[in-house]
Ligand binder design. Structure first.
Ligand code: FAD
Length: 516
């Protein structure tokens, strides 16, 4: 039976919020109750009762959603499936591998490691949960090596709501409700129903060890030329090596902080395709590329693309545990794969900060004009507190076949950018939001941007849009904003068809949901 936390309950204050404390936008926008569901049957019962009571359901697994999709639900009900969190396999670690939506990524990595020495190629934050993460795509440090999470997904159990308002449990895969299955492979689960389970018939082997290293640059001695050189060197590496399989075990992160933070850095995480770090030539070659840019130091390794300073591990604040050794002139830290995977950032229930995010996929290296646009903004106080995280991408993710059987059409990119700003005080909202918005607009208004869609990474030769798991409601001001997330091909019409068929009353909706 679901546990109901209503406004009178002392747990309500925490229960009705997510991690992004900007939401609910106002108390009146908040949900009226939270229902914690421990089993798929609980979830079906709770969903039916909420519908019968005429309330709007929103679904939550961890509450990490960047935007208001779950929490802004005036007087409605949040169905929380964080306790529906089993991770399992067949006997003796045999497939299939099952993940319930409330399972945290860190627990999934540990369970599959112990059971079968396999890995779900997913994100870096321990406490992000499967429900939203997998249905929105899911990527992390093994993406170049193994692709993204939905590339491995075999079936999904989901509760949909039919035209009569009845809850319908479905098991969907390539043969059963195939279009719905494709929609759930990256199209974002909260468009179509409540997911109760994910199944993977096969998963790649877990690496046994990882090497981590980093370098940093001093803002005080930075010049525009030097900055351009660093960004172009970084981008050129990923563009040049996109189809070089020997490098696919290398993941790079460039954390471009505002000048006031003192320095910015690049970190690298590496395992060879055989899961060992016996041969370090790839990571050494990568780090060597930057010697001409004169880094001031070997940075503490372990920059995290998603860490909120002051709350999580923080961008580059704490190196992961492990043995630090000097290899080929670079200081590196060696770890067992599972140790590094279990060290991810993020917090659990409650806590959090106010935050805003934006994203962009890049098919090519930075141009001089793009780098200069970023330099101009990051050296200006107007973008104080901003972090532009530039992750490597591509490799195995750029498998064109997956563009037609998943809902992640971005299969030609070599970098994925995430703009992030975190703050505590609501009085800073206007300043912080303007800083991140202006920087983003400037970055995508250079000559390589689609001239009809300036201010956005609209799909063209240079860009490939944005990532649905990093949703940004600002984009909805553009008429063609859906192209940013779902591409310009047949995917969005398919998602509309799925929406019409499986959610005819548009029960599952939010600011950026699919509209039939
Ligand atoms: C600290 C942090 C680190 C992150 N790191 C990464 C990363 O490394 N890689 C990456 O790809 N992304 C990353 N993300 C983004 C993350 O993948 C998305 O925020 C994701 O949607 C979170 O899913 P959730 O279930 O944990 O969160 P929730 O807030 O619970 O849900 C997010 C969305 O998914 C929907 N949803 C959740 N559960 C279900 C369900 N059972 N059925 C249907 N819909 C559901 C919700 O309604 C909501 O729209 C990170 C986010 C944060 C805050």
């Amino acid at each position: 039976m679901p546990t109901i936390v209503n406004r009178q309950d002392p747990r309500f204050e925490i229960a009705h919020r997510g991690h992004n404390l900007r939401f609910p936008s106002a108390e009146a926008d908040g949900a009226g109750r939270v229902e914690y569901c421990e089993t798929a049957e609980d979830a079906a019962e709770a969903l039916q009762k909420v519908l019968d009571a005429g309330l709007r359901p929103t679904v939550r697994s961890s509450g990490h959603c960047y935007e208001d999709f779950v929490v802004n639900n005036p007087n409605g009900a949040i169905l929380d499936v964080s306790m529906l969190n089993q991770v399992s396999s067949g006997p003796g670690g045999a497939p299939p591998y099952q993940v319930q939506p409330g399972a945290m990524l860190g627990n999934i990595y540990q369970e599959f490691y112990k059971r079968a020495n396999v890995v779900l190629p997913g994100g870096t934050c321990f406490t992000v949960c499967a429900g939203g993460h997998i249905s929105g795509g899911g990527y992390g440090i093994l993406a170049r090596l193994n692709g993204i999470t939905v590339d491995w997904l075999s079936s999904v159990d989901i509760l949909t709501v039919d035209a009569n308002g009845r809850v319908v449990p479905r098991h969907v895969d390539k043969k059963h409700d195939p279009e719905l299955f494709r929609a759930l492979r990256g199209g974002q689960g909260s468009n179509f129903g409540l997911i109760t389970n994910f199944t993977f018939d096969e998963l790649p082997p877990a690496p046994s060890e990882l090497m981590q290293a980093g370098i940093s640059f001093d803002w005080s001695s930075m010049t525009p030329d030097k900055f351009v050189n660093i960004l172009m060197t970084y981008g050129n590496y990923w563009e040049k090596h996109d189809q070089n399989k020997e490098t696919w075990g290398l993941f790079g992160y460039m954390g471009l902080n505002n000048k006031s933070s003192g320095r910015f850095g690049i970190s690298a995480t590496f395992t060879n395709p055989d899961g060992t770090v016996k041969d370090l030539s790839v990571i050494n070659d990568f780090l060597d590329c930057f010697q001409k840019c004169k880094p001031i130091a070997e940075a503490p390794p372990g920059y995290s693309s998603h860490a909120a300073p002051g709350r999580d591990r923080g961008a580059g604040m704490r190196p992961p545990p492990g043995d630090s050794v000097c290899y080929g002139g670079h200081v590196m830290t060696k770890n067992a794969w599972i140790t590094a995977a279990s060290d991810g950032s993020g917090n659990g229930i409650g806590g959090g900060s106010r935050a805003k995010y934006k994203s962009a996929y890049m098919k090519k290296a930075f141009t001089e004009a793009e780098a200069l646009a970023l330099y101009k903004m990051l050296t200006d106080d107007r973008s104080r507190g901003l972090i532009v995280a530039v992750d490597s991408y591509g490799g195995a993710t750029n498998n064109p076949e997956r563009a037609s059987d998943t809902s992640i059409p971005q299969r030609s990119s070599v970098m994925k950018l995430q703009y992030q700003s975190y703050w505590q005080d609501a009085s800073e909202d206007e300043f912080r939001l303007k800083g991140i918005r202006d920087t983003f607009t400037a970055a995508y208004s250079t000559p390589v941007a689609d001239q009809a869609h300036l201010g956005t990474p609209y799909p063209n030769d240079h860009y490939e849009g944005c990532y649905m798991n990093y949703p940004d409601v600002d984009m909805t001001k553009y008429d063609d904003w859906r192209d940013l997330y779902y591409g310009t091909g047949e995917l969005y019409p398919l998602l509309q068809r799925v929406k019409k068929t499986y959610d005819p009353h548009n029960i599952f909706h939010h600011t950026m949901s699919v509209r039939a």
